[in-house]
Design a protein around this ligand. Structure first.
Ligand SMILES: Nc1ncnc2c1ncn2[C@@H]1O[C@H](COP(=O)(O)OP(=O)(O)OP(=O)(O)O)[C@@H](O)[C@H]1O
Ligand SMILES: [Mg+2]
Length: 391
């Protein structure tokens, strides 16, 4: 059962002197540019709705100015929404008074910023204890927590350095540790890795996935990099001009981009890094069972116009593969199906990324068999499917 952690309903944020007064105009359908020209107000976010499940990494992606920061800053009320509701654990935080909001920010959410947002005059560990200090945790305990958290992001031994003595990647680890030290339910991450070199960025992405597999936070992650979005996001929302254009899993967005704008975005995606075996496999119409015998195998292959066929047992467990050439020869030589079964095909699990199947597809003469952990056949993948997703 999935629990909804954050639910955003019809959220809008207009910047300017009279946001509420301008909202009706936006609702009439005037564009962001028209609103700006006519009223001097900027539409930051308009009529955005989505849900984030507990333990999910939800990515919001879009080009510069599309409203990503505006949106994420609404989620801890750094931005006061012009209209709409934000439910966290079922409570509408937009209605919170000062005290409730303070507690919410201390206990439930933490934010990681693009430019790290560290205190330059504080040491690494003093940056990390900051939130705990505010919370009133006693000195000894807060330094213990901070030390442990720094360890968990790979910064053991760097406690007493100053941020400017650290590389960008390490500074962002401090940013992450500071956010994690408070043990928040929800992590808000606004382009945390955008300022980093590609290699370091990849390392940090891996690290975040690893930390997440341990901690299972609810993460709302912002990026303008579609590859990063699809790598990290269980679901991704794509924004344009303050509006969410499409929400879906990476596979869904790749398979059915909603419009030209989204299509343009996903054009650059390396599909082999997004699609898994289960996304492209299919159950072949032709299969033979061990007890079927050669004639059935030949007929099935001829019928389907294929030159090899997988053999299964009564429980659908994969037994091997038979080729048409071997089968015809075997009939002449009075051999049985079991005598000509081959095993030199590749098998894989349903979660394998196509990228890892490329070598198999290039080398093998046969389709790739997708099996579960009990060797039950789940489907097959044609070599051409793997290779055609390369372009
Ligand atoms: N405080 C503000 N006052 C007025 N307008 C603002 C303010 N903050 C953001 N905006 C406007 O709202 C729109 C969305 O900006 P936002 O910063 O949310 O975009 P973004 O998607 O985060 O872009 P980036 O990738 O550059 O960070 C922009 O048109 C921006 O000019
Ligand atoms: Mg931004």
């Amino acid at each position: 059962m999935m629990t909804i952690k954050v639910k955003v309903e019809n959220l809008s944020k207009i910047f300017g002197k009279n946001p509420k007064g301008v909202l009706p105009k936006v609702k009439q359908g005037f564009s962001k540019d028209e609103i700006l020209a006519e009223t001097g107000h900027t539409v930051g976010v308009y009529n955005v709705s989505f849900e984030v499940n507990e333990g999910e990494i939800f990515v919001i992606m879009g080009l510069s100015g599309s409203g990503k920061s505006t949106l994420i800053r609404c989620l801890n009320l750094l931005n006061k929404p012009t209209e709409g509701k934000i439910f966290v654990d079922g409570e509408n935080i937009v209605d919170y008074d000062k005290d409730k909001l303070r507690i919410f920010r201390q206990d439930k959410v933490a934010m990681v910023f693009q430019h790290f947002g560290l205190f330059t005059h504080r040491t690494v560990i003093d940056n990390v204890v900051y939130g705990l200090e505010i919370k009133g945790i006693d000195t000894k305990e807060r330094y213990e927590i901070a030390k442990k958290t720094l360890e968990s992001v790979g910064l053991c031994g760097w406690e007493d350095k100053y941020p400017n003595e650290l590389s960008g990647g390490m500074q962002q680890r401090v940013g992450l540790a500071r956010a994690l030290a408070n043990d928040p339910d929800i992590l808000l991450m606004d382009e945390p890795f955008s300022a980093l070199d590609p290699l370091i960025k990849r390392e940090m992405q891996q690290e975040l996935l690893e930390i997440q597999s341990r901690l299972k936070k609810t993460i709302i992650f912002i990026t303008h990099d579609i590859n990063e979005a699809f790598k990290l996001g269980e679901r991704v929302a794509i924004m344009k001009d303050g509006i969410i254009e499409q929400i879906g899993t990476p596979e869904e967005i790749l398979a059915t981009p909603k419009n030209e704008y989204i299509k343009n975005f996903v054009r650059d995606i390396d599909r082999t890094k997004v699609l898994q075996a289960k996304n492209v496999m299919f159950m072949p119409s032709a299969l033979v069972s061990l007890k079927d015998g050669l004639k059935v195998a030949i007929r099935e292959m001829e019928h389907s116009g294929i030159s090899s066929i997988f053999v299964i047992d009564t429980e659908r467990k994969l037994q091997g593969l038979v080729t048409i050439d071997d089968a015809i020869k075997a009939v002449k030589e009075n051999k049985k199906l079991v005598n000509i079964i081959k095993h030199d095909y590749y098998t894989t699990g349903p979660e394998t990324y196509l990228q890892e199947l490329i070598p198999y597809a290039t080398e093998s003469k046969y389709p790739i068999a997708v099996v579960d952990d009990k060797n039950k056949l789940l489907g097959i993948i044609l070599r051409v499917t793997v290779l055609s997703n390369l372009v």
